[in-house]
Design a protein around this ligand. Structure first.
Ligand code: IVH
Length: 674
């Protein structure tokens, strides 16, 4: 290397070191050492030198923070460990229930240390560091597969491009939330208004839109921020707890949320929840709750995860909007397992712009605990996306005409005497022939969580059930197009599609079939364990309770429920019939089929010239994606043909991936050749 080049290299190293250090002091520590002008001069010098000597640019150079790379589309990234979501709690009582569950699961009564963290309302991302260098950043996506947004993530000032310190691991996956401050959001919208651009609805949408830019220069102009909340795999860091992990991440150069708080027991967690709730509106970023986590990593490991959420963490959501209205009546719904749920019929009232006229009352004990009476004025609440709930009566407004709420003694659907087992809060209809239970089971069977038979939703099944065309599962497989056509709302095409979907569902996996059966205590995860262990339905049917107990992950309740289910002669007859009709299983994991668009939900708008609409939809489906016909939060990709209409405008506001026909074609072709 010439002397000149050596000198340049040395100067570049100095500049990077200095700029990274100043950057860290300014953005992370909030304690700058030099003026903005001095910082800008150093930065300018770096950019000039790198422009002259592009071969000397390194991946940790602060120059990458200005962005540059433009992508044609996002590449998919499979998360080594799925990015799970969290179970929600909406009250102090539900936070305490969480601890109850933990203690029962761990079979110990000791107090746990918890870490309580603000629940940021942004987007989850994962950042990979190899030998201390940031090598990849991806969005959460559907939890399993996200999108590669590395160059955008590199523009975020509070994310180190290279981990600080000497003791960095060879490999690390850091997870956390990207967000915009309220001020950052306000300024961004101001700039957009000036430029005549569509405004973002809220900071979260703005952050999402900014992170999923194909041009990282645009992302660089958005004041995105980041707080880490954990690592994908605790064994990657030499430490024993969440709090230690966060403090190590702090030493590596991340900015750690100063409101992260260690709680010695669940009372402290509940107290801190109230502290945060009060503080919520004083923060300069939006939070929608608090996340509480078991601090100890070994305990987290023992607790493990359910299908979608870890057992060791809980999202405690802040109260959403509330309103008062009148409790007009109480209806009693019969669920799939015979559980009777009281439902409040309310005088319609608007909550967060949605009209609410029904709300769950959970169970008899809850009605008693709240002391509700018919005719009461009540406080109702919508929290998150859940069903509205009645919080309490407003006793001062009673006029004496209010009446006691009586639980039924017989099933409102079949008249069978209801039972309530000692120690259970739930009243049940024990009649397995109860039509309401049958219908609910059928609805579960064909639903997305079950066999996922398109065209046979709630409404269709109720219709078929009422017409006595479908009374049990095998009846579904006997349906013919001519059965459907005389019924209201069916046409040739819809009937043909439904019959085709039913027929296709004969080929399935054992685990899907088992979850579709809706056996008590047997959800998706257990069903997968059963498939893995027993492989065939035959062997499952031969198994005894001990064989079920031998499966790691299946406990006493699950094993007893399985034994009882498979011992029932009616069940055995039904299963026999299904096999005769041609139900057969393929293994869940050996199909080897590539589904690169799995988890993606497409919406088409406008006219395509190179494909018919149906062809385009089929291509998406063949690659594992889903197609829907209306715009909703679920949609991930909008394909805009000619004359796209206002879906396109809305999709822009929602920060979806928007593809024109050419881009769509490329996406399909690339994935086919992959
Ligand atoms: S922990 C397995 N901690 O909430 C643990 N999540 O509902 C999963 N979130 O997708 C995440 N702040 O986007 C965790 N301090 C925090 C969080 C947090 C916000 C978001 C995150 C996640 C969602 C789960």
């Amino acid at each position: 290397m010439s002397e000149n080049l050596t000198a340049v290299k040395k100067r570049l190293e100095e500049l990077r070191e200095q700029i990274n250090q100043h950057n860290y002091r300014y953005y992370v520590l909030d304690d700058p050492l030099i003026s903005d002008g001095e910082y800008d001069r150093l930065f300018r010098e770096l950019l000039d030198l790198e422009e002259k000597f592009p071969r000397l640019i390194t991946p940790d150079s602060p120059s990458v923070r200005v962005g540059g790379q433009t992508l044609a589309g996002f590449v998919q990234v499979v998360h080594r460990f799925p990015m799970l979501s969290l179970e929600n709690a909406f009250s102090d009582g539900e936070i305490r229930d969480f601890e109850g569950r933990l203690k029962r699961y761990l079979q110990r009564d000791d107090d746990n240390d918890y870490v309580a963290e603000p629940k940021l309302d942004g987007l989850a991302i994962e950042i990979v560091y190899e030998n201390g260098f940031l090598t990849q950043g991806s969005t959460r996506g559907d939890g399993k597969i996200g999108e590669d947004v590395t160059s955008n993530i590199r523009t975020i000032n509070t994310i180190p491009l290279r981990l600080r310190g000497s003791n960095v691991p060879d490999y690390l996956e850091v997870r956390g939330e990207v967000f915009l401050t309220i001020e950052g959001f306000r300024k961004l919208n101001e700039r957009r208004a000036d430029a005549g651009e569509v405004l973002f609805a809220n900071p979260r949408n703005a952050a999402a839109g900014s992170l999923r830019q194909l041009d990282s220069k645009i992302t660089a102009q958005r004041p995105l921020q980041f707080f880490p909340y954990g690592i994908s795999d605790p064994s990657l860091l030499d430490c024993g707890s969440q709090l230690e992990a966060l403090s190590i991440l702090g030493r590596f150069g991340f900015k750690i949320n100063p409101l992260v708080h260690l709680c010695k027991d669940i009372n402290e967690v509940v107290d801190y929840f109230h502290v945060l709730q009060k503080q919520r509106h004083d923060l300069d970023y939006e939070i929608d709750g608090m996340v509480v986590k078991v601090n100890s990593f070994p305990l987290q490991k023992r607790l493990g995860s359910k299908a979608r959420s870890p057992r060791w963490a809980l999202a405690c959501k802040f109260l959403a909007s509330q309103a008062t209205t009148r409790l007009l009546d109480v209806e009693f719904n019969v669920g799939r397992t015979g559980a009777i749920t009281p439902v409040a019929i309310l005088e319609p009232v608007s909550l967060e712009g949605v009209t609410v006229s029904r709300a769950t009352l959970h169970n008899e004990d809850e009605i008693k605990r709240k002391g509700l009476r018919l005719g009461d004025r009540v406080l109702v609440q919508r929290a998150g996306d859940v069903i509205p709930e009645v919080i309490q009566p407003i006793i001062d407004l009673r006029n004496g005409s209010e009446e006691e709420i009586r639980m039924p003694s017989v099933c409102p659907e079949c008249g069978h005497k209801l039972l309530r087992k000692p120690g259970e809060a739930i009243l049940r209809c024990p009649n397995i022939d109860c039509p309401a239970q049958r219908l609910r089971s059928l609805i579960h069977f064909t639903s997305k969580a079950g066999m996922d038979i398109e065209g046979l939703g709630k409404k269709a099944l109720k219709q078929l059930f009422d017409a006595k065309l479908v009374n049990d599962i095998p009846d579904i497989y006997q349906l013919k197009q001519s059965d459907l056509l005389p019924l209201e709302g069916w046409a040739d095409k819809s009937a043909e599609n439904a019959i085709l979907a039913i027929s296709k569902s004969r080929k399935t996996t054992l685990s899907r079939f088992l979850s579709a059966l809706g056996i008590r205590f047997i959800g998706e995860v257990t069903a997968a364990l059963l498939e893995k262990q027993f492989k065939t339905l035959d062997r499952l049917m031969q198994a005894g309770e001990d064989d079920f107990l031998d499966v790691e992950g299946i406990g006493g309740q699950g094993a007893a429920s399985l034994r009882q289910y498979f011992a029932d002669p009616a069940v055995r007859t039904m299963l026999g019939q299904l096999l005769e009709i041609g139900l057969h299983f393929t293994p869940s994991d050996s199909s080897g089929r590539q589904e690169p668009l799995a988890g993606k939900i497409f919406l088409f708008t406008g006219r395509l010239s190179g494909f018919s609409r149906n062809e385009a939809k089929d291509r998406v489906k063949e690659l594992g994606g889903q197609v829907v016909s209306s715009l909703s939060k679920k949609v991930t990709h909008l394909v805009a043909g000619e004359k796209p209409g206002n879906k396109l405008k809305k999709a822009r506001d929602m920060a979806l991936v928007i593809l024109d026909e050419e881009e769509f074609k490329r996406l399909i072709e690339d994935n086919y050749s992959a």
